[in-house]
Design a protein around this ligand. Sequence first.
Ligand SMILES: NC(=O)c1ccc[n+]([C@@H]2O[C@H](COP(=O)([O-])OP(=O)(O)OC[C@H]3O[C@@H](n4cnc5c(N)ncnc54)[C@H](O)[C@@H]3O)[C@@H](O)[C@H]2O)c1
Length: 367
Amino acid sequence: MPKNDPDAVGFAVVGLGMGRHHCRSIRAAKGAELIAVCDLDAGRREQAVKDFGCKAYASVDELLQDTDVQVVNIAVPTGLHADVGIKVAQAGRHVICEKPLDVNLEKADALIAACRDHGVKLASIFQRRLHPLSRQIKETVDGGRLGTLHYADIHLYWYRTDAYYAGGIPPGWRGTFALDGGGACMNQGIHSIDLISWLAGGVASVYAKTGAFTHHIEAEDVGTVLVTFRNGALGNITCTTSAYPGLTNDLHLFGSKGSIALSDEKVTAWRVRRDDGDEASEKAEERAMMDRYSGCGSDSSGAADPLAVGFDGHTVHVEDMVQAIREDREPIIAGTDARHAVEICAAIQQSAASGKEITLAPNLSGG
Ligand SMILES: NC(=O)c1ccc[n+]([C@@H]2O[C@H](COP(=O)([O-])OP(=O)(O)OC[C@H]3O[C@@H](n4cnc5c(N)ncnc54)[C@H](O)[C@@H]3O)[C@@H](O)[C@H]2O)c1
């Protein structure tokens, strides 16, 4: 039983880099209690015990002996997500998995299957989808207010230092295919890739070029992709970690009845044509959206610093898991919803390697 609130759901966090944000989020979340952390690194464990006053374990096997733990948040390097997650599912605990689900579709599917087979919930962290602005755009697009979408893009102009790529535990895991699943697209860009795909109704094909230009890494630090969405709309995905010193994260959606543009989660344009042709009201709606969303981006100032990421979205994910358990429903972003982003990134790599356009499987996965 959790010690403070007998009704609280007991959480543990594995991996104490980004996992420290999870610890803070769990402590901030209603109905959740941080029971324990787990990390191979003794220094990180000790610091977490000091900061969060919880138990600490040196291995996932030991952690899973703790009967107070009902949910395990996974924030180890990406290529270990499924390995850890499958153990957690086999032990009958629910899983909140950091993005992306894993480095390829085979491993992502193995994690999804293990959670399904063992009757536990699998949530994937894609905190940008949970932002109120993202949800309002989704309603606007799905409600037909932009008309027929014909173009959508994301441009992530970020910067990461050589020290960032040399760091992490194990050192140098970032930018490798085995542990990061890729580079600027799979690691930094995947939030935006997931978001544009979710908003525009899924990706049908990609034609990509990628390269490593300013870092000595195996995967790309620049990737640019021509996209065809499932509804036939065209688009572009460009992700880089070589835009010194870290610039903007932009998104555009153009439909037959209007345009939406964001920069760093602030609205820079919101022009939705009205059926009655009342341009003053159209401009007033834009003004209202700009006022409401002009600097409230909760989660994304990671242009230059990967740890400068807020934890509001993570708290929403934790609270949603608490409710999903209580109501016995799927989490707001289930594993199956997060699968498509991995599929898109894998197709980008396949296209860049082969020089060919890659067609994705028709709408089998969420997002
Ligand atoms: N949602 C976001 O905005 C966001 C931001 C940053 C990172 N991430 C994700 O978080 C994950 C971790 O990234 P990071 O930058 O924190 O990496 P990191 O290298 O800083 O931390 C990883 C931690 O996992 C621990 N670890 C590794 N293998 C382990 C094992 N088998 N058992 C227990 N602990 C183990 C390491 O000791 C280390 O402390 C990645 O999947 C990354 O994509 C998400």
